[in-house]
Design a protein around this ligand. Sequence first.
Ligand SMILES: Cc1cc2nc3c(=O)[nH]c(=O)nc-3n(C[C@H](O)[C@H](O)[C@H](O)COP(=O)(O)O)c2cc1C
Ligand code: SF4
Length: 693
Amino acid sequence: MKDRKRYCKLCEPFQIGQLRLKNRVVKAPFCTVMADREGFVTESLISCYETIAKGGVGLSIIEGTVVDPLGISGCPRLAVYDDKYIDGLSRLVMAIHKYYCPAVLQLQHAGPAYSAGVYKNQKIVPQDNISPTAASTLTFSEMPMSERNPPRGLTIPEIKNIEIRFIQAAERARMAGFDGVELHAAHHYLLNSFLSRAWNRREDEYGGKIENRVRLVINIIHGIKQRIGLNFLVGVRINGIEYGSPKGLTVEETQEISLFLQNAGADYLSISGWGFGAYKNLCNLPEQILYPGPPEIDSKLLNKFKKPGIFVEVAEKIKSKVKVPVITVGRLNPKLGEQILKSRKADLIAFARSLIADPELPNKIASGNIEDIAPCTACLTCWDSLEKGDHLRCRINPVIGKEKAFKITPAAKKKQVMIVGCGPAGMESARVAAMRGHQVTLYDKGNKIGGLLHMAALIKGSDVEDLMPLVRYFKNQLIKTGVRVKLGTEVNQDLLKKEKPEVLILATGSKLTESINYRSRKLNILTSFDLHHMAKLPLRVFGVKILERLSKIWLPLGEKVLVIGGLMQGYEIAQFLVKRKRQVTIVELSDQLGTGLPNINRIRLLEWMSRKGVVIHCGNKYKELDNKGLELFIKDNNIEADTVLVASSPKKNDSLNDIKLDGTPEFYQVGDCKKPGLIADAIEEGLSVGIMI
Ligand SMILES: Cc1cc2nc3c(=O)[nH]c(=O)nc-3n(C[C@H](O)[C@H](O)[C@H](O)COP(=O)(O)O)c2cc1C
Ligand code: SF4
């Protein structure tokens, strides 16, 4: 249903300084890991930003770009610390400007976060004898966060040099054709280390009172305005609030900081946030504070975190003090964005992950086709790729930065396509094949589309990662693209003979690896597939959300559950059971605990399970199951259990291998039935085959 009017505020043009934006939707800066090892612009990077500009954003803020080689953080990043980068950057700007989208380059010096990190899964050793820098030298015990090495405080000449580095970077951005720069003074980077007392212990003109702490940022703004002129936009991104440290920035402080920045000539303020300790990663992944369960923090604060838009209130408080435009960000959606604008809590709405998942989001908002927006499921595949130093990867949108390779073009010859299996791989190949003009029929023996997504949604829960919007999205797209969906229909030789498709695609999902010897059937031994089977009817009757709640009241499993398999599947089932008050033990043959989960979630889940008393045995061989439980082969100790849940790795599914393909010219297998993997793998494979046929 077209719903243009509902988003009239988001679609309204807006003026920042001399710059006219066509709407109020902003692309938040996110590192794409698409620059090359030396920080140069690549074709992927241009393609990614061009796609986002084409998608209709009002303003594109380019990812954190390094102003000083000693200010790099994590993986290799886009760089602007030398004139040699100007050419590439100007090609980038031209690609964005083609779509009447202004482009602002975010300037970053990592400061305390200095590390050369990893690139394509390889550790790059930081330069010798270089420690991270910050406003002040800190010892381990003075550090507000344990994940980083203590920094060295900058001397006055070094501060002056940093000032020049930022100003020169802005000049290069101007030469490349950018409309402005954004100073990254948020998160835990160098400029923030001056603003926040959590890092800044200086007693000179850069420390103590706020007027001193903002001095470096103000000098940079003045320098840029003097050298480039008033028309060149200078925005500043700051933490509106910092949780988890007694010295972290308070809203009162950031209100005052904002006034200083405005008076110095900042053209806009982008309000993010930060968290230390239990609140870590709040800035990039705000909803993840609830993963895998709510942290033990003040209940009032927790309730605030349970709602989307956790930094909106702070942005509103800052907006009440300043006249320059204020950008808000953090797990927002179009509906919430519109409300925020209508109630004047902020002037511009920034999206990061929602635009990764669907760069067409602004155009879809403008045309009122909200149900066509591919939803970000908060899975953190993108974040994981960043941590591994890999090209940005999105579970929902495999195309990002690979637009050439995954171009969807009309098919030269329209074909009859039969797809078996309504999971993510089958649905994606059906959607894409139908978009290209093929006549597609999608079969599933079950009575719902989505395949195992429903069960996965039940196991994962919906507080953080939410899979059901993905099912709804595919449902709409299958209808819109004219895919015929035949549920409750088993594909066999007769049906194949009758339909005579020109292309057959199998997307029938995986099977379980049977790796243990069941000596006793007295124990309640189930596989994750049995669990799925048991949940099918209740899922159909109640749906995921209600069943999620009901299963917390009653679950047909014993009190002591032994989970066999500690990779992603086992880990997630264990987490589901612990939340249902089961005493859980995990046994995993390998030492690859939690493999398949984004690293950040794997670590958090492991910590959470150890707090919840889950016993984990890994690297053991188990002998067999007897009446009591599982006998471990090596340790010779028995694990008592009344239910055993086999969640070992699934394997490819060859159940339809007997079908004779005579008369079917093209045959493909996609997703888990070919090689078990993640939802991201299934969608990418579905897309690949969809564009190939
Ligand atoms: C993969 C990824 C990379 C990011 N890189 C940057 C960055 O370079 N600079 C920055 O200020 N914020 C960065 N962020 C934070 C985002 O700008 C944004 O504040 C955050 O993702 C919350 O918004 P969202 O819920 O719309 O994704 C990054 C976030 C993600 C997920
Ligand atoms: S769907 Fe997952 S990978 Fe894609 S943007 Fe959202 S969190 Fe990132």
